[in-house]
Write a protein that binds this ligand. Structure first.
Ligand SMILES: Nc1ncnc2c1ncn2[C@@H]1O[C@H](COP(=O)(O)OP(=O)(O)OP(=O)(O)O)[C@@H](O)[C@H]1O
Length: 650
């Protein structure tokens, strides 16, 4: 078993084991801060289930389910429990599909109802078109209705429904969103389904519960209460680390559940932990204490002192120079030369930043940024920060990775991606064609994609998508295909690049915004995707959530820069009280809803708590001398750890 499972037991681990060993087992929540070892406890919990109930589970052909946020996390946890077949680790989508798959008749009924609901939605929209709705939006809606009606007619011909990357109802394929809707519907509306869930999986543990949707949390709670079979449900999460708007945040325990606290922090140095506690002070006031650390010989070692510095610097075109100066300063003052830039820079300092217009231009994806930010619907802006916006997702998961693999000659990885995502390599498709011809044509396709992504041809994003669509290399999201339909005339226009404050902006027709954004997106040079993906994987604070579990780094540099930012979700200046809250923030605050400030605090918390030892935060702001006293008053950073430009020039 892994090193995580072998960590010394904490009080929380002991309580968790009690819950699992109780007769019947007790459901629980474990709410704990960053670096508290939630994932470690989860793995220990899974091991405890195997140890205590393994024989019984094997006999009754039952398993324990562990739901994670990403496939990457699922893989890591699965390895951590020694790849034990009693444990089923997967994302919520795969889990829901595993349960729903045998209910083909219910799925068919649900899909028909879903298409009808979509048609009705568009019809209602058509009935209330205002004078500002443009003809092209009307045309697109009309086309969508025709397509949906056609799909509705074909439903009766579908033999079996399956789970794919994007929904294609007429072919019996359901995408991510539909799987979640279907799964929660079946749990809530079909009592038999609840019983089946509890009988197959008498233990279900949910990791990162703060980012699990409220609908899923409620459905699982309902099954736990009403299934009539013993069912132990456990949620592991931290509301302060919720970064997705759809996340449930804090999961409230039911009255007979156990609330397991876990106050330790095993990750951060003392100074970083003190900042983390200060950030939470005006959030939910959870306080962490340094956990007892043992060295290899099992002897208690002290938590490193570390450092947490704030640099308040001008938001001007000397940003890059000043960023280097901060790194030099950190190297000198922490005695750690790895703070200095070097050829292996990615391994030295973890730089976390929400990119803005100017930075995107410098990094080589300025047009892509404009397309999905300036005047774009807010779903695009938010999904741009972590690569999950629906226009981007085929590129993030398949097209860019396959181009990179092909470009670097990793043919095994090319094949793995094709097998995972392409309907062209599914059994039925392969049986219908001569395999050597199929592989040859796939090879050509992959070469064209690679040339496009690497800027070796004058390809646009639209060209790539149309290639994929016409050759059925990948199943695309229907929202995307409706822009690739040959009858959809996309005229290329200049996209306005000026910034705007979404919150204060007049309500504009969302479809029109989407249309404009898609138009600009499809005409972007395809090679900008490579630069963008690089940013997402290396510098985006969101990737720490999407990527490896418990991402942690020795040296972390967090850059706060609201300049030219087009998303209304986050504002460091508002969070740090350098800018007044908007009317919308005040309204939300009064209504007890979350504000930009709450969201920004959480993002700041997640970013800072990645640091194992030393942390530098740079705030680029218009007027550093006005900002300095405000920041000192906030008592987030220690007074002698707050610096201005003069410190760098000494
Ligand atoms: N009981 C323990 N004793 C010593 N070290 C531990 C213990 N539990 C966890 N750790 C270490 O603490 C660090 C954080 O653990 P883990 O990733 O499980 O925390 P987490 O709460 O899931 O983190 P986050 O929510 O911030 O991503 C890891 O380096 C892990 O090895």
């Amino acid at each position: 078993m892994s090193s995580r499972a072998n960590k010394p037991d904490t009080q929380a681990d002991i309580e968790l084991r009690h819950c699992i060993a109780s007769k019947p087992p007790k459901s629980f929540i474990m709410k704990a801060g960053a670096g508290s070892g939630k994932t470690t406890s989860l793995i220990k919990g899974l091991s405890a289930v195997i140890q205590i109930h393994g024989d019984n589970l094997r006999r009754t052909r039952q398993r324990v389910a562990c739901i994670t946020y990403t496939d990457i996390a699922a893989g890591e946890i699965w390895r951590d429990v020694g790849s034990d077949p009693l444990v089923h680790v997967s994302t919520i989508h795969s889990f829901m599909w595993l349960l729903a798959k045998p209910f083909q008749k219910d799925i068919r009924d649900w899909v028909s109802a879903r298409i009808t609901e979509k048609i009705r939605g568009i019809e209602e929209k058509q009935a209330s078109y205002g004078p500002r709705v443009q003809q092209r939006t009307k045309d697109k809606d009309a086309r969508d209705i025709v397509r949906l009606r056609r799909q509705l007619e074909r439903i009766s011909d579908v033999k079996t429904f399956r789970y794919g990357t994007g929904s294609k109802y007429g072919k019996g394929i359901l995408g991510h969103d539909d799987i979640l809707k279907l799964g929660t519907y079946l749990i809530c509306e079909r009592p038999l389904f609840q019983t089946l869930l509890a009988r197959q999986f008498p233990f279900v543990f949910v990791d990162e519960s703060q980012d699990t949707t409220a609908e899923v949390v409620d459905a699982l709670k309902l099954a736990q209460r009403d299934s009539g079979a013993p069912f132990c449900l456990g949620f592991f999460g931290d509301p302060m680390q919720r970064i997705y708007v759809t996340g449930s945040g804090l999961v409230e325990p039911e009255s007979d559940w156990v609330d397991i606290p876990k106050p330790e922090n095993y990750r951060c140095s003392l100074k970083v932990l003190s900042l983390a506690n200060a950030i939470r002070r005006d959030g939910d006031d959870l306080v962490q204490v340094p956990g007892k650390r043992l060295n290899k010989e099992g002897i208690i070692t002290s938590t490193p002192e570390g450092s947490a510095h704030l640099f308040i610097l001008p938001a001007d075109n000397s940003r890059d120079v000043n960023l280097s100066l901060v790194r030099q300063w950190m190297a000198t003052n922490t005695g750690d030369d790895l703070w200095c830039p070097g050829s292996d820079d990615q391994n030295r300092v973890k730089l976390l930043v929400i990119v803005h217009q100017m930075a995107a231009k410098r990094l080589g994806f300025g047009e892509l940024y404009s397309a999905l930010n300036s005047k774009a619907p807010s779903a695009f802006k938010d999904g741009f920060l972590d690569g999950t916006a629906w226009p981007l997702s085929p590129f993030m998961k398949f097209l860019v990775p396959i181009a990179i693999a092909n470009h670097s000659g990793h043919q095994l990885e090319v094949m793995r991606l094709l097998r995972t995502y392409s309907p062209q390599l599914e059994d039925a498709a392969v049986a219908a064609a001569k395999i050597s011809d199929r592989l040859k044509s796939l090879g050509k396709l992959v070469a064209s994609i690679t040339a496009g992504v690497f800027g070796e041809s004058n390809t646009t994003i639209g060209d790539l998508l149309r290639l994929v669509y016409n050759t059925e290399l990948l199943l695309l999201d229907p929202r995307l295909t409706s822009y690739l339909d040959p009858s959809a005339v996309i005229e290329v226009q200049e996209t306005p690049v000026q910034d705007e404050n979404d919150e204060d902006e007049q309500e504009e027709d969302e479809s029109e915004k989407e249309f404009m954004a898609m138009q600009a997106f499809l005409s972007c040079p395809a090679n900008q995707l490579l630069a963008y993906q690089n940013y997402i994987m290396e510098r985006s604070p969101f990737w720490t959530q999407q990527g490896i579990k418990g991402a942690e780094f020795e040296r972390v540099l967090v850059v706060l820069d609201d300049a030219e930012s087009t998303h209304s979700q986050f504002s460091y200046e508002k969070y740090l009280r350098l800018k007044e809250p908007s009317d919308r923030d005040i309204e939300n605050l009064k209504a007890g809803l979350e504000t930009t400030i709450d969201r920004t605090r959480r993002l700041f918390y997640v970013s800072c708590t990645r640091a194992l030892k030393d942390l530098a935060v740079i705030l680029f702001t218009e007027n550093p001398s006005r900002a300095e006293p405000v920041l000192r008053q906030l008592n987030l950073f220690e007074s002698d750890s707050i610096h201005t430009l003069s410190a760098l020039q000494e």
